[in-house]
Each structure stands twice: as structure tokens, then as C-alpha cells.
Design a protein around this ligand. Structure first.
Ligand code: GTP
Ligand code: MG
Length: 478
């Protein structure tokens, strides 16, 4: 199975990582007690033979000795066996989140030489993250990444997690992405990025988001964007669903990041499940880009998931989904989207699609529901009849089955339109521009170039949509 190196950049990237690793271990039956994660069942029961994992466990973990060490029960066993996350670097230009990692129960999981930190951050400024820290830490990052990649014998990709609203994740994160492309051009660069809830979150977020998006379009193989606004809506809906609770509402200022991140982590666990567990119908990570990216730059993938699980105690939506069809219907509903777009609306077309199920979903459940999906959506001429599917028999914690729906849809153009609009509002008045232009290496023309490139991408999607609307009849060749 393909091996992946994970890079966590900035506060958000590292917080997502701190939720991801304990759950990834838990899915192998290894208990941890970090971060308030509610560990619900022992998944080990689902893996019939521990030797089955000998190919899959090293996809995200590095096992120095023999695979017999897989008889782990707890983090103490992992430490004894010197197991490491196949984790390149924990990168943050302020060190509080990474320090918490270093002191927590999972500290042995990470190679201490592969953390790159500084103080006091990149001040919510993409230019500082990209140009100042990107330059200063270039060699250290290069060295750390080389160090972990040398331990891989089947390195297939890098998985980068970060947010785009601040300075480090957006700036240094995309500088790291460029470094990966320069040094490992044939290794995939898969990105899980968080778009800010609203642009008030950080005043300069529209600039950071625009500049970082331009880099993601240029250097990533595949991007899985998530919007904090969508996550907040999901959290609120889950809270309001609970009975006998005082009504509470999340909003951007109370930042329930733990719950929001657990939704992102569910998506990542799902996405990577085909590489982390064996199975003949699994969708390995090395199949993601091939199936979902028809043209190199149209690589932004929409995701939605069912059921939704939040991390806070007693907040897992534990109601068991009785019917498989309901699982699919929920995953297609607007309430379960990790980014607020509507790819099933009549004005958008689907360029590529994949459904990854975990747990007890059968092939016939899948086929029946794919047909339903094909009937309710609009596709390009080449994508209608083919749909990538993945079936991983290991369910996520606390559920008997779950579904991740991944779509490459022309409706993604709305995200790019929004980015340009928010940028233009601020840039029209040239507000905060001097913070960027005073950074050595940053030219003001970079703003307009980024805007142009994103606009081009917007137009590419529109063109595909319009192309599908004009119904050209087939030539009859006799
Ligand atoms: N979903 C989610 N969003 C986060 C998290 N932490 C921060 N954010 C959002 O990310 C944006 C800010 O990015 P951060 O990750 O805090 O910034 P950074 O990358 O550390 O950069 P600097 O602090 O400016 O150096 C804001 O829009 C926050 O709301 C998190 O754990 N989860
Ligand atoms: Mg920070």
C-alpha cells in the first residue's frame, strides 16, 4: 500500500493533526487518552489477522523493527517498539500547539528532530510566512523532509494540513508545498486546507486566502477544501438536535475548534482508510488523484460525510443509521457538506466523483445508490457512467458504517468567486497592503497576478459547465 508523509503547518494544521493521530491509532485498536477524544469501541476486533495489516500499517506509521511489533495494545507498546508516525514535520512559527504535542502522551510518536518551530508566528501575514520564514527555514524543512522520506520504500504522497486565513499555515504551508514540488516532482501533494469562517476572523484573511489559493492551484496535486462556516453550521445543527440541552450556538468567536476539527478528521480518516487497512475493494490514496482530477489545475475536491461525529463528550451522533440508503441520502444533503456549495444543483456539472464507504456497506448497496446519484446529478459527457467506489470493511469509531462522498464539481467556481470578491473589497481601499509590500521578496503585483490566475480557474469551470449545456448531437458516420 502507498506510504504517505504528513505535514502539519500552523496552529490549525497542528490542531487537526493532534486530533487525527489518536484516532488513527485507535482504529488499529491502540488506546490513547489525548485531547478529550472519546474512544468508543475497540476496532481491533474488525481486523481478523494482525498479519493482514503488515502492508497497511506502514502507510502512515513507521515501524523500525519487525512487523511482529503490531501486537500493540497501548501507546506504551508503541513507545517500546519505537513506532513513529510517518510524519515529516510539525511546523509552526509559534510553538504552543507543537509544544503541547511534545509533552503529551503521543510525544514518542513524532521524531523530535522533525519539528520546526519559532516565536511569535507570522502575524497573520502570508508574505511573512512565505517569504521570511519560507526562506529562513527552507534548508531545515528540506532536511527534515528528506530525513523521513528516506525511511519510506513506497512513498506515494505528502498530506499537508493547514488553514489559509493566518500567516504560517497559508504562507509557510504553501512555501513548503512548493519545496515539495521542486524536490519531489513525482510524489503527490494532497492538501487538506481550512478556509476562514468569514473574513472578519482575521482582517487580512482575504489577502492570505487569495495568495495561498493561488499557490495551491499551482503546486498541489489534489486539494480537499473545508470551510469553517460549513463546520460551524454542522456543529450547531448537531447541538440543536440533542434533546434536553440548553440551546447553545457556536459562532466564529467561540471557536469550537475541537468539534470542527473532528469533522475534518473524520473526512481524513475516511480518505486514508483504503491505505491504512487492507481490502480488495479499498480505494488506496494513490487512486484519489487519478480518479478525481481530470485536468491538472481543476483539482479542488468537494467532500461531504455521513454520519457526522463531533468530539466533545456525549456529542457523537450515535443514532444508528438503519438503512444504507439513508446513509447515502444524508451524505448528499446540504447539511453534511464540509464546504458550503451545492454540487447537485441543476446549474452545476460533476467532472468526477467517488464514494468511499466504511463498515458494513455492501457492493449492492453501493451500486443501488450510485444509480440514484446518477439520476439526481448532472455530469460531463465523460463522467456520467463511471464512478470510483471504495469499500473499507473497518468502520470508524462508534459507527457500523459511514460514507464519504467526493466530487469534482463545476460549482467549486463559487469558492473562487468568493475569494476574489472578499479580496477586492479590501484591496479596493488598499487597506493593510503596506504590511505585505514591506516584506522583502513580496511585490504588490503579486496580488493582481494571483487574482488573475484564480479568475482564470473560475472561467475554466464555467466553460466546462457551459460546454455541457450546449447539447451537440453526435455526428453520424456511415
Ligand atoms: N477548523 C479550524 N480552524 C482553525 C483552527 N485554528 C485556527 N483556525 C482558523 O484558521 C485561521 C487562522 O489560522 P491559524 O492556523 O490560527 O494561523 P497560523 O497558520 O498559525 O498563522 P499565524 O498565527 O498568523 O502565524 C482562522 O480563520 C481561524 O479561525 C483549528 O484548529 N481548526
Ligand atoms: Mg499561529
Amino acid at each position: 500500500m502507498s506510504q504517505f508523509i504528513t505535514l502539519q503547518v500552523g496552529q490549525c494544521g497542528n490542531q487537526i493533526g493532534s486530533a487525527f493521530w489518536p484516532l488513527a491509532l485507535h482504529e488499529y485498536g491502540i488506546q490513547t487518552t489525548t485531547g478529550g477524544v472519546n474512544l468508543l469501541t475497540r476496532q481491533r476486533n474488525h481486523v481478523k489477522h494482525i498479519n493482514d495489516l503488515s502492508d497497511a500499517f506502514p502507510s502512515f506509521f513507521y515501524v523500525p523493527d519487525s512487523i511482529d511489533n503490531l501486537n500493540f495494545q497501548s501507546v506504551a507498546d508503541l513507545n517500546k517498539a519505537k513506532v513513529k508516525a510517518r510524519q515529516a514535520v510539525l511546523i509552526d512559527m509559534e510553538d504552543s500547539v507543537v509544544s503541547r504535542f511534545k509533552q503529551g502522551p503521543l510525544r514518542q510518536l513524532f521524531d523530535q528532530t522533525c519539528t520546526v518551530t519559532n516565536y511569535p508566528g507570522s502575524g497573520n501575514n502570508w508574505a511573512i510566512g512565505y517569504h521570511v520564514h519560507g526562506k529562513e527555514y527552507h534548508d531545515r524543512l528540506e532536511e527534515s523532509i528528506r530525513h523521513v522520506s528516506e525511511k519510506c520504500d513506497r512513498l506515494h504522497g505528502f498530506l499537508l494540513t493547514h488553514s489559509l486565513g493566518g500567516g504560517t499555515g497559508s504562507g509557510l504551508g504553501t512555501a513548503t508545498l512548493k519545496l515539495l514540488k521542486d524536490n519531489y516532482p513525482h510524489v503527490e501533494r494532497i492538501v487538506s486546507c481550512v478556509y476562514p469562517a468569514n473574513m472578519q476572523d482575521t482582517v487580512t484573511a482575504p489577502y492570505n486566502t487569495l495568495l495561498a489559493t493561488q499557490e495551491l492551484v499551482e503546486h498541489a496535486t489534489c486539494v480537499f477544501p473545508v470551510e469553517n462556516k460549513a463546520l460551524l453550521d454542522i456543529c450547531n445543527a448537531q447541538v440543536n438536535k440533542r434533546e434536553n440541552t440548553t440551546q447553545m450556538n457556536y459562532n466564529a468567536s467561540c471557536k469550537p475548534f475541537q468539534d470542527m476539527n473532528s469533522i475534518i478528521v473524520s473526512m481524513l480518516l475516511h480518505l486514508t482508510s483504503g491505505s491504512r487497512f487492507p481490502g480488495s475493494l479499498n480505494m488506496d490514496m494513490n487512486e484519489v488523484a487519478t480518479n478525481l482530477v481530470p485536468y491538472p489545475k481543476l483539482h479542488y475536491i468537494f467532500s461531504s460525510i455521513s454520519p457526522i461525529t463531533l468530539s466533545a463528550p456525549n456529542m457523537c451522533s450515535m443514532q444508528e443509521i438503519k438503512l444504507q440508503d439513508e446513509l447515502f441520502t444524508n451524505a448528499w444533503s446540504r447539511n453534511n457538506q464540509l464546504i458550503k456549495l451545492d454540487p447537485l444543483q441543476p446549474t452545476s456539472v460533476i467532472l468526477a466523483a467517488a464514494h468511499i464507504a466504511r463498515g458494513n456497506t455492501t457492493l449492492s448497496d453501493m451500486k443501488r445508490n450510485i444509480e440514484r446519484f446518477q439520476n439526481k446529478s448532472k455530469f460531463t459527457s465523460w463522467s456520467r457512467d463511471c464512478m470510483k467506489i471504495g469499500l473499507c470493511s473497518i468502520p470508524p469509531a462508534g459507527h457500523s458504517s459511514s460514507l464519504l462522498c467526493l466530487l469534482n464539481s463545476s460549482t467549486m467556481s463559487l469558492l473562487f468567486k468568493d475569494i476574489i470578491q472578499e479580496f477586492s473589497k479590501l484591496y479596493k481601499k488598499k487597506a493593510h497592503v503596506h504590511h505585505y509590500t514591506q516584506v522583502h521578496g513580496f511585490e504588490e503585483t503579486h496580488f493582481m497576478e494571483s487574482k488573475e490566475n484564480i479568475l482564470n480557474l473560475y472561467e475554466c469551470y464555467t466553460e466546462i459547465r457551459n460546454m455541457e449545456e450546449t447539447n451537440i448531437s453526435r455526428l453520424q458516420i456511415s
